[in-house]
Design a protein around this ligand. Sequence first.
Ligand SMILES: [Zn+2]
Length: 45
Amino acid sequence: MQCPVDNETLVMPERSGVEIDYCPKCRGVWLDRGELDKIMERSAT
Ligand SMILES: [Zn+2]
């Protein structure tokens, strides 16, 4: 996957079982809908 802003290749450091697409160039973070749901569930508990 590539960054929508600058087309940099995104890296995916895994945090608590959730894969977050992270752009090392513009420091943007991109999530899929399902990934966001996982984070919301974890933060709620
Ligand atoms: Zn970027």
